[in-house]
Design a protein around this ligand. Structure first.
Ligand code: PGA
Length: 230
């Protein structure tokens, strides 16, 4: 990502929240602090958000990205783009975000995989060509939210708003990341399984430029000859 920014001078980057990319964000902050890269000319696009939380809410994904990355680098505030889950008319908000991305195609999109196989908040059953939309969160996603600072499950919003799978697949490069043994079976299914909306992350098999970054635990169900396949 740093190479891309240095080479082109600017970049449109899609950022994911969750625990997985935190090491990457730490690395980007360190690279900035050492003067190796500047984010002044990047545009940032968050992947998803909770419905019902204002961007400034402490548990929003917008706040998490600010805390974990944006407040530590030289990105311009007006270059940070988020889905606003507190809008009255969420259909309009989704259309606004979809056309913003259409006019600023994403160069590099960071992704994680959820415990139910979701990417962004595209839960199982989401259409593979879907655009930005509101979703009812599945139980696994609600439970995983407890890792993101909610004190109890009742406080977790029941809906999310997300870039669609179709939106994500238009990015020029995908970087899919997974960490830990608990993701091993999911990663195996994502890479060897059928491409199906029942397991949304499997769609990355259809993308021409995907980098899958795994630690040993997450890669433990893969055949060794397939490492570097992507
Ligand atoms: P995690 O979330 O990085 O916290 O495991 C991934 C996801 O739900 O997409």
């Amino acid at each position: 990502m740093c190479d891309f920014i240095r080479k082109h001078g600017h970049a449109n980057i899609g950022f994911a929240t969750g625990s997985t990319p935190l090491g990457v964000y730490k690395y980007l902050i360190e690279s900035y602090q050492k003067g190796k890269v500047s984010f002044q000319n990047i545009q940032a696009f968050n992947l998803d958000e909770y419905v019902g939380l204002k961007p400034g809410h402490p548990r929003s994904f917008a706040s998490a990205m600010k805390k974990d990355l944006f407040s530590h680098i030289d990105i311009r505030l007006e270059s940070i783009h988020v889905l606003d889950g507190s809008q009255q008319d969420m259909d309009q908000e989704c259309q606004r975000y979809e056309s913003l991305i259409k006019n600023n195609p994403i160069d590099i999109q960071i992704l994680g995989i959820g415990m139910d196989g979701h990417i962004a908040y595209n839960e199982p059953g989401s259409p593979l060509d879907g655009m930005c939309h509101v979703v009812d969160l599945h139980q696994e996603s609600i439970e995983s939210s407890l890792d993101y600072g909610f004190d109890n499950i009742q406080d977790v919003p029941r809906q999310g708003v997300t870039q669609g799978i179709g939106t994500i697949m238009k990015a020029h490069q995908l970087i899919m990341m997974a960490k830990g043994q608990k993701k091993a079976k999911l990663v195996e299914k994502m890479i060897y399984g059928e491409v199906t909306s029942d397991f949304p992350s499997s769609v990355i098999q259809n993308h021409d430029h995907v980098l899958v970054c795994l630690d040993q635990g997450a890669a433990s169900q893969l055949k060794e000859e397939d490492y570097e396949r992507y």
